[in-house]
Write a protein of this length. Structure first.
Ligand code: UN1
Length: 498
């Protein structure tokens, strides 16, 4: 019998009113790791009530004190890093070195946002009238709804939860349905750190649970990371209720390699960014845009690298690449082999399931001879699949790079400083790397993308606070008389001022 994961509502670990349950399977063994509730709209409503009840006290708690709780969260995460990493690997498959990195991102974000407890900067600016003062303050909003994916069970929720909490909001969180046990283990850290009851609430579940959160009238903000189709549905429904929405959706990220690149560095970076996390990062490299001269040698080296990757259970320290998250993901990735073949693409490495009896494993795969516009070049496969596209020039490379529905991350390998700066100027994705793969974004900088990747909002860094705060503009007139700005400014200014 696997453990039953309960919901966390109003500081209590509670059963779902729906009673419906589902199993969270280990993708490497297909065994059950935990059983969780498929929570109903009623469960969501109870969590929203708890968040509303906790809001006034939390918003009036001085922000430096809120920050101290986040620092304690960081300390506890450090202590529990190994156990959390192991649990995540069991639930979603990526190797322990990567799940450890996932916890580390949450630790980094907890320290960063904890520090915001003593900043949360607003600003003042000069005003048009004498004896008057103006300032802009960041204000909390109320109850925020978070919907997060399974691929970064701690990191991605931390990007949402921690800025939301430090800004004085209370939270209802619907975690990815493949990772309920990891998610409640994360929530337990907040409970143990002394976060007051009702400030953070967790309801596990699938689509209908998320939908209830999006449609609840008292949830003023929805922050979503996940697939493009679901994200657009969330956006549409939330728009009808006039909610603020932050979306982070797909990617079709490319590394550009110029003839003058540092060859060995490029090979290592491409291998890691394409096949790390089994290609299941929204920032993963799924396209290699390579200049003609270096291409044959580079493709040869990448085939050798792909074929040498050790596939297996992520808990085994010698494993380099774990399984895909579930059967559905495996079916999707496998289906793209036929799409590639029917477009005349050459499967130069991988293309099959490895010879492992259980688990949702797929080989690191390299598609050669891909042309811009082909389905495998445009659609997010979300697996260990890299498409190679040959180009003649930097201009062509940048054009191909920019020409997808997504706009998350891009990279260029070149030793030419002019080419690097032109790429920085002309690449239109939200994140750009020079001589580094497309993954590895740090939490102190804005994270997010252009075009179909998002809706113009960003997570992390200072920009991440914008999702969870309202600006309040404050004018203080200490002249003791009516000063009508925008009407009689000239009269008042010529009237002397004391
Ligand atoms: C994601 O895949 O949703 O830059 C996030 C990176 C990580 C975060 C990825 N820091 O790849």
């Amino acid at each position: 019998m696997s453990d039953l994961v309960k919901n966390y509502v109003g500081g209590q670990w509670v059963e779902s009113r729906s009673g419906e349950r589902f199993d969270s399977l280990n993708p490497a063994t297909e065994e059950s790791v935990a059983t969780a509730y498929n929570s109903s709209a009623e469960d969501v409503a109870a969590a929203v009530e708890a968040a509303k009840a906790a809001y006034d006290k939390w918003r009036l708690t001085p922000a430096p004190r809120r920050g101290e709780i986040l620092f304690t969260v960081a300390e506890l995460l450090k202590q529990r890093k190994q156990e959390l990493a192991q649990l995540m690997t069991q639930e979603m498959g990526k190797i322990v070195a990567e799940t450890g990195g996932d916890v580390q991102e949450a630790i980094d974000m907890a320290y960063y946002m904890g520090g915001e407890g003593r900043r949360l900067m607003g600003y003042t600016a000069p005003v048009e009238m004498p004896n008057k003062f103006g300032m802009a303050l960041r204000d909390s909003v109320g109850v925020v709804g978070l919907i997060t994916p399974w691929n970064f069970p701690l990191a991605v929720p931390s990007w949402k939860m921690l800025p939301a909490l430090i800004a004085g909001n209370t939270v209802v969180w619907k975690p990815g349905e493949d990772v309920p046990a990891s998610s409640v283990a994360f929530a337990k850290v907040f409970e143990d750190a002394g976060l007051p009851p009702g400030v953070l609430n967790v309801v596990t579940g699938a689509g209908k649970t998320g939908e209830a959160l999006v449609n609840h009238p008292d949830v003023r903000i929805i922050s979503f990371t996940g697939s493009t189709d679901t994200g657009i549905r969330v956006y549409t429904q939330a728009a009808q209720l006039g909610k603020k929405v932050t979306l982070e959706m797909g990617g079709k990220n490319a590394i550009i390699v110029m003839d003058d690149a540092n060859f060995d560095l490029a090979v290592q970076a491409i291998t890691w960014s394409a096949y790390g996390t089994t290609g299941q990062r929204c920032t993963a490299t799924s396209r290699l845009i390579v200049q003609k001269g270096i291409k044959p040698k580079l493709v040869e080296a990448l085939i050798a690298k792909a074929n040498a990757i050790r596939i297996g259970n992520g808990l085994d320290a010698t494993t380099e690449m774990g399984p895909l998250v579930n059967q559905k993901a495996l079916n999707k990735v496998a289906s793209y082999m036929d799409v590639a073949k029917s477009d005349g693409v050459v499967i130069a490495a991988g293309g099959n399931r490895p010879d492992i009896a259980k688990g949702y494993f797929f080989q690191p795969t390299l598609f050669d001879g891909v042309k811009p516009g082909m389905r495998v070049e445009q659609e997010e496969i979300f697996g260990p699949v890299l498409s190679v596209i040959e180009v003649e020039s930097l201009e062509e490379a940048i054009h191909v790079n920019n020409n997808t529905r997504y706009g998350l991350s891009s990279s260029i390998f070149t030793e030419n400083v002019n080419a690097a700066f032109r790429a920085i100027r002309d690449i239109t994705t939200g994140i750009v790397y020079i001589n580094h793969g497309t993954t590895g974004a740090e939490i102190q900088f804005p994270f997010g993308g252009t075009r179909g990747t998002g809706n113009g909002m960003r997570e992390a860094g200072q920009a991440g606070l914008n999702s969870f705060t309202e600006w309040k503009s404050v004018y203080v007139d200490y002249s003791g008389r009516l000063q009508r700005a925008q009407i009689d400014t000239d009269a008042i200014l010529s009237d002397g001022n004391d």
